[in-house]
Design a protein around this ligand. Structure first.
Ligand SMILES: *[C@@H]1O[C@H](CO)[C@@H](O)[C@H](O)[C@H]1NC(C)=O
Ligand SMILES: *[C@@H]1O[C@H](CO)[C@@H](O)[C@H](O)[C@H]1NC(C)=O
Ligand SMILES: *[C@@H]1O[C@H](CO)[C@@H](O)[C@H](O)[C@H]1NC(C)=O
Ligand SMILES: *[C@@H]1O[C@H](CO)[C@@H](O)[C@H](O)[C@H]1NC(C)=O
Length: 387
């Protein structure tokens, strides 16, 4: 009997080990599976930014600020058609919606409007993410409810908040995305480009500080911790890398530092209105410059500004207004910003770390004109980049 018991406990042990092994090898259930983002075999990763769709109820919602001749046949459907066209033309690896996805004041049902607003991205099967602006919550859902709905939509990598920071972080829609090196390269398991998405809020609720909201201390703390953790992973074995992987930050409301530029000293693009930042400076610009990994910030909010300017090594870029139910400028086309990161090719012929970050814009005209192509960052003084 003793022998039997021993045999059966050995059997139990083997069974236990086998089931552990199975747990490790079992495919992650589809619902929990987050598609890994990585650079393509062409050594590129392309991001399409869609700023300020201001989507409302679809075909019955009229366009703002279009030419008199365009008024009669223009609705939210034009926003949808523009998105489908620009996705087809650019074939991005990721689509980022930087808030005011819907214009709450005119929305009857936030769920319907959100679903319709994101429909072309969902139909494309391309991974996409969204954060909130200051108008998304003005109809039937709160900011938390909006993010709870968004994270359940197909093909999205959006998160309500990072699990490790959910108990202290302000806002809804703060998260990090890691873009891994090319498949079949030594960096295939490392994040070589880090995206930070942040909720820049809506309106201040602090007495004596009226106006738009800002990126709070708790969010900056999370950013700083996350950036440091990502660097530790980047520098760790196997294949330890030097320094930091470059980062990009996306949120809705511009930082006060966007005021530093006009049409003359922006690197590309135009200023046609003021910067509607918070009335107070919460220091996020300083936090990013001090940390050093973020190379460019991308915001929306001010629809007829579409410039990039460089301050203390950090690029500050507007997306330019995308949606037709958003205020704009008649005759000045709705637009979208594209960002491409390119990898270094090593002597072995394999792809390495990120070499450069470029951007341009697409206009909603007949040929989806490309304008304002520019190099935002490169990791060597002598990189010959073809724009
Ligand atoms: C909106 O779409 C309609 C129908 O396709 C088109 O005739 C019109 O020119 C578009 N308006 C704008 C401003 O692009
Ligand atoms: C990356 O991870 C996969 C799966 O764990 C492993 O098979 C592969 O060898 C790793 N590649 C590198 C370059 O570390
Ligand atoms: C750009 O020009 C404006 C107006 O002349 C000036 O106030 C601002 O400091 C300049 N910005 C930079 C970054 O040089
Ligand atoms: C810079 O790049 C050019 C063109 O690729 C090359 O001819 C030149 O030797 C490079 N200079 C340095 C210092 O590496």
């Amino acid at each position: 009997m003793v022998g039997d018991r021993r045999r059966s406990s050995l059997f139990d042990f083997l069974l236990f080990s086998a089931s552990l092994l199975c747990l490790c090898l079992a495919p992650i259930p589809a619902s929990a599976h987050r598609r890994k983002l990585r650079f393509g075999v062409d050594g590129e990763f392309k991001i399409l930014q869609v700023a300020d769709m201001h989507f409302a109820n679809g075909a019955t919602t009229r366009c703002l600020d279009v030419l008199p001749s365009q008024k009669a046949h223009c609705s939210d459907v034009n926003t949808t058609v523009f998105m489908s066209r620009v996705i087809a033309a650019e074939k991005p690896d990721l689509i980022v919606f930087t808030g005011d996805n819907i214009f709450g004041f005119d929305v009857k049902d936030a769920v319907k409007s959100l679903n319709a607003a994101f429909a072309p991205a969902i139909a494309s099967k391309i991974p996409w993410v969204a954060i909130l602006g200051n108008h998304d919550q003005e109809s039937t859902l709160t900011r938390q409810e909006l993010m709870n709905h968004i994270v359940k939509l197909p093909n999205t990598l959006s998160q309500v908040n990072p699990p490790e920071a959910a108990h202290y972080i302000d806002g809804f829609g703060n998260y990090n995305l890691q873009i891994h090196g090319a498949a079949d390269s030594s960096l295939q398991n490392k994040s070589v480009l880090n995206l930070y998405l942040l909720d820049s809020g809506d309106y201040s609720s602090v007495p004596y500080m009226e106006g738009y909201d800002w990126v709070k201390t708790s969010q900056q703390f999370w950013f700083d911790r996350t950036s440091k953790r990502l660097q530790r992973e980047y520098n760790a074995k196997p294949n330890p890398q030097q320094g930091m992987a470059p980062g990009l930050a996306y949120f809705h409301i511009p930082l006060p530092e966007f005021w530093s530029f006009d049409s003359k000293n922006a690197t590309k693009g135009v200023r046609q209105e003021g910067t509607s930042s918070a009335s107070t400076n919460s220091g996020f610009f300083t936090t990013m410059v001090a940390r050093g990994d973020v190379k460019s910030v991308f915001v929306g909010h001010d629809h007829v500004n579409d410039f990039c300017g460089k301050l203390k090594g950090l690029n500050l870029c507007y997306g330019g207004g995308f949606g037709y139910h958003a205020y704009g400028k008649a005759g000045w086309e709705r637009r979208a910003r594209v960002v491409v990161a390119d990898l270094n090719k090593k002597r072995s012929g394999k792809w390495g770390d990120v070499k450069s970050i470029r951007t341009w814009k697409r206009l909603d005209d007949q040929h989806l004109s490309v304008i304002d192509a520019q190099l935002l960052w490169s990791n060597s003084a002598n990189v010959s980049v073809v724009l």
